[in-house]
Design a protein around this ligand. Structure first.
Ligand code: ADP
Length: 255
């Protein structure tokens, strides 16, 4: 049998199917989060690969988890992220999860249990939204920012902490002839620095793992590693960690 986890986030809906050995058998993502039919559509995409009758249990997580009526159970995204990351990297003691509209830092004990957390869901700076806004004004895809980051030789400093003012600041820096790569590096560093300050409030313990969609940006990961002066664990499945954790809960609850 198979076990499904669906993570209905602010920006994206993710689904992961695992087998009895907790191996990922299918995964899907859609840029359609809360307030859309993203969860249903991502579920239908999974059913193109795995027959519904072979799915023993569905667990929903994420802000929009209550909206997915087909789920058998729902679990908070904090618990699911902790579960997914600890399964992937058991040496993790701090998770830095940057999503589309929030950032969370979770401290884990050596059993993978969450012992403390801090979050920013009040301000777009330090979240994926900040990067999405900046990519938009630069006419770039979100996945292209990292390449520009590594071309930079002299990153700009973004002084505004508000996304709206920072947007004007970036536009005027570009108008003043600043190099695009330096502007983009400054944007990635700004996100990393804001989340690093949040992480320092909770007290960082090594090893640190980054999860969530923004972790896919190698520039933000590099800036975070430099700011914290620590190596950062990263899985190419970083954006699926909540859905993976939910799938593992589906399996463990059956057991
Ligand atoms: P949520 O769970 O809140 O919906 P996610 O964890 O899925 O959010 O993260 C969404 C964010 O991830 C987007 O706002 C975007 O900034 C970032 N992102 C998505 N895809 C990529 C990519 N290929 N490279 C870098 N960043 C990405």
């Amino acid at each position: 049998m198979y076990y499904l986890g669906i993570d209905v986030g602010s920006t994206t809906s993710k689904a992961v199917v695992i087998n009895e050995k907790k191996e990922i058998m299918a995964k899907e993502i859609l840029i359609a989060g809360i307030g859309t039919d993203g969860a249903e559509r991502v579920y239908q995409k999974i059913l193109e690969q795995i027959p519904a009758e072979q799915i023993a249990k569905i667990t929903a997580t994420g802000y929009g988890r209550k909206l997915f009526a087909k789920a058998d159970t729902e679990i908070s995204e904090l618990s699911c992220h902790a579960k997914g990351v600890f399964h992937t990297f058991p040496e993790t003691r701090t998770i830095i999860d940057i999503g589309g509209q929030d950032a969370k830092v979770l401290l884990l004990n050596d059993k993978g249990r969450m012992v403390n957390f801090v979050m920013n869901d009040k301000c777009a700076a330090g979240t994926g939204r900040f990067l999405d806004v900046m990519a938009n004004i630069l006419h770039l895809q979100i996945g292209d920012l990292q390449e520009e980051y590594f071309k930079s030789t002299m990153p700009i400093t973004i002084s505004n902490t508000c996304t709206v003012f920072a947007e004007s600041e970036v536009i005027s820096q570009l108008a003043n002839g600043k190099d695009k790569a330096d502007v983009i590096a400054g944007i990635c560093i700004s996100v990393a620095n804001r989340v690093a300050s949040l992480a320092k409030r909770v007290g960082i313990k090594e090893k640190v793992c980054m999860s969530g969609g923004v972790a896919r940006n190698q520039g933000v990961r590099d800036a975070m590693a430099k700011k914290l002066e620590m190596d950062i664990l990263f899985s190419p499945d970083a954006q699926y960690m909540g859905a993976l954790g939910a799938a593992i809960y589906s399996l463990e609850e059956m057991e």
